[in-house]
Design a binder for this molecule. Structure first.
Ligand code: ADP
Length: 274
């Protein structure tokens, strides 16, 4: 497709229309390829746990006179079932954030509540790894948006920070207001002291199902969809997400989201008749 577009650009025809048509076709083909890849990925991701469950249930039947083996297989079935549940839930979340307009249910959302929710979600996992979680600067800040989607976005970042960090490290969440030309924004930075991400991988981690280390991601219950969800949520809220990372040292994922200003709060609660 690329070559076609380029050759059209240099063609002596020089017709702007032809060029636009070719570019359109190339884009349509690219979208179709992305869609096909996605369906293939979903099928593969679903097949793996379903296949494992089927084999394990056969193993349980064969081992019916060995209660210890039955226990062991049942435990593994539970892990696979959880994996399947996570995947289906994340697919539903992804489809929601891609298709729903989050601003239909937009409201001022307290940053300290978002952060508390995200920390709560990871408390167990962090506890078993003795990871310390600390948040700062969240008081009195509000972002403007869909509470559920914003919670999912921040939750995913904190979950990743915990999952991709070794034991006895620290995960920090820092919030602050920044002045931006189009209106004030709230910046939320999630910093870990984990494995880090190479420059090459940084460009791809926001793609659906892309994982640096698939085995490691699966072992922690990852689906490869978390950052794709984050990217869609911030984009539809008029925000952005950026990543800084150094391999072996850690990463910082930063969300920038529109602030819910006092004027906007008032307008939404008491619509002005004018
Ligand atoms: P997953 O479910 O695999 O965590 P994500 O979409 O959330 O999927 O992340 C994609 C990949 O990006 C992960 O598999 C991991 O390789 C990498 N990654 C994400 N967050 C971090 C982090 N904080 N530190 C190191 N690697 C990360």
């Amino acid at each position: 497709g690329e070559a076609l577009a380029v050759s059209a650009r240099v063609a002596p025809l020089g017709s702007r229309l032809v060029l636009l048509l070719v570019e359109d076709l190339t884009e349509a083909r690219r979208i179709e390829a992305v869609r096909r890849d996605f369906v293939a990925n979903v099928s593969h991701e679903l097949k793996t746990p379903v296949g494992a469950l089927s084999l394990l249930s056969e193993a349980v039947m064969d081992a019916s006179d060995d209660p210890e083996a039955v226990q062991r297989f049942a435990g593994r079935m539970q892990i696979e079932a959880t994996r399947l549940t996570n995947l289906v839930q994340e697919l539903i979340d992804l489809s929601r954030v891609q298709n729903d307009d989050p601003l239909e249910d937009a409201e001022p959302v307290r940053v300290d509540e978002l952060v508390a929710e995200a920390v709560d979600r990871c408390r167990h996992q962090a506890g078993t790894k003795q990871i310390t979680m600390a948040a700062g600067g969240t008081a009195d800040l509000h972002v403007w948006g869909n509470r559920g989607q914003l919670a999912a976005a921040l939750g995913n970042l904190v979950e990743n920070a915990v999952n991709y960090s070794p034991a006895r490290t620290r995960v920090g969440i820092a919030a602050r207001r920044i002045n931006a030309p189009g209106g004030d924004m709230i910046e939320l930075a999630v910093t870990d002291q984990g494995i880090g991400i190479s420059d090459k991988d940084k460009e791809r981690i926001f793609e659906r199902f892309y994982r640096v280390d698939p085995a490691r991601s699966r072992a922690t219950g990852g689906t490869g969809l978390g950052l794709a969800i984050v990217k869609h949520v911030v984009a539809s809220h008029g925000g952005e997400v950026t990543v800084w990372s150094a391999e072996g040292q850690g990463s910082t994922f930063t969300l920038r989201l529109p602030e819910a200003g006092v004027a906007r709060d008032r307008a939404s609660q008491h619509p002005d008749p004018d």
